[in-house]
Design a protein around this ligand. Structure first.
Ligand code: SAH
Ligand code: SF4
Length: 371
């Protein structure tokens, strides 16, 4: 069973890059330009099945079909609309596993492609801009104590095709025209993208080369997988970087993020300082505020010290609570006071408003809730 599933996923076109499609086309003795036709049909036109690729000759389509080749697009199993316009999608892979992908329409707020602008509400039905929050794994192994996804453990990595497939499913459902709409992608859904690095990066390249995203409209968030931060910095094409800081000292960070025992703040901050930023680019540090745990003014002052000399900004997120999470949400005044200390210390700090709280779509709430 497992091997036949793998076999099945091996026959899927979604996730293949141009070179791989070229090899496929050559193995069928088809002219080289068919690879370009396939690439454009799958990624730029976002076709869901082979039959609808009318640029390909009927007999070639039939041969592929007879061999069990398919595009292999994930399908939307369910969608949960929030009162604030956010939609949480439960998306099924071809082996039946599901992940969550979140659509957040935006108004005309500032645009930084790191989620900080995702609090802007849209008043109309339509949209010009939106953010899609994409998952990189089924579940997560990192075990942050405040995160609901952690409770799932990790089931498996997603393939590049499954990562890009989430984006395509949502773009098609929302009838997005890439020429007309400004869409941002954040890799901040379920999973740790840097523990699925090759497939994540392959998906990034396909989104840029095929679907039409620019690297500056994508941000990836990592909990701090230090060796991959270095790899990421040397990629010729890459999204912007966000790091989930969440605590200003090792003692506290270890308690809420056990991975800090492997890569502590010293090595993490060194990686941040070594990270080669592009023109006008900044690293985003995310900081989930947990009441009376990491939200004191003294912690804010420690954050200022820690980030000194790094071209960065901080996104503050008041904890989104959930069942089995042993932390509480600080009140607004505390969040604002924390922000003030950072700003006074010269660090731009933004408060992220939760989106889709009522449908379990907000940060750290993705756990495949089905009702
Ligand atoms: N695994 C990656 C990306 C997904 S999590 C990472 O951890 O960076 C995206 C963000 O949600 C992280 O910054 C994380 O700290 C935050 N988060 C997790 N659980 C949360 C919760 N319950 N409330 C608010 N933010 C949370
Ligand atoms: Fe995984 Fe990120 Fe959740 Fe931590 S916060 S458990 S790294 S998804």
């Amino acid at each position: 069973m497992a091997s036949s599933l793998r076999q099945n996923r091996g026959n899927q076109l979604l996730g293949l890059n141009f070179q791989e499609l070229s090899l496929l086309v050559q193995s069928h003795k088809q002219p080289d330009y068919r690879a370009r036709q396939l690439f454009e049909a799958i990624y730029t036109q976002r076709q869901a099945d082979l039959e609808s690729i009318s640029t390909l000759p009927r007999n070639f389509r039939a041969i592929l079909r007879d061999q069990g080749v398919e595009i292999g697009a994930p399908t939307i199993e369910k969608s949960f609309p929030s009162v604030d316009g956010t939609i949480r999608y439960l998306i099924a892979m071809t082996d039946g596993e599901t992940v969550e992908t979140v659509w957040m329409p935006e108004g005309d707020g500032g645009e930084e492609a790191d989620g900080s602008e995702a609090g802007d509400e849209t008043t109309e039905k339509g949209f010009d801009r939106a953010t899609i929050c994409v998952s990189s794994q089924i579940g997560c192994a990192v075990n942050c104590q405040f995160c609901l996804t952690a409770q799932l453990g990790v089931k498996r990595n997603l393939t590049a095709g499954e990562i890009i497939g989430q984006v395509i499913a949502v773009l098609n459902d929302r009838r997005v025209d890439m020429e007309r709409h400004r869409i941002i992608i954040v890799f901040m859904g379920m999973g740790e993208p840097f523990l699925n690095y090759p497939e994540f990066m392959k998906a990034v390249r396909l989104l840029v080369e095929g679907v039409g995203f620019s690297e500056s409209r994508m941000t990836v968030s990592t909990s701090g997988i230090v060796p991959r931060i270095y790899d990421f910095g040397s990629e010729p094409v890459r999204p912007k970087l966000a790091i989930s800081l969440n605590a200003p000292n090792d003692q506290l960070r270890e308690r809420i993020m056990p991975l800090n025992r492997k890569w502590n703040l010293e090595v993490l901050m060194q990686a941040a300082r070594d990270f080669p930023l592009r023109n006008r680019e900044r690293i985003t540090f995310e900081y989930v505020l947990l009441r009376d745990v990491n939200d004191r003014l003294e912690h804010a002052r420690q954050v200022v010290e820690l980030l000194r000399g790094i071209r960065c900004k901080v996104n503050l997120i008041a904890l989104n609570p959930g069942p089995g999470i042993a932390f509480a949400t600080p009140d607004q005044e505390r969040v604002h006071a924390f922000q003030q200390v950072l700003m006074a210390g010269g660090i731009p700090a933004f408060i992220r408003r939760p989106r889709g709280l009522d449908i379990y779509a907000a940060c750290g709430q993705l756990k495949r809730t089905v009702a």
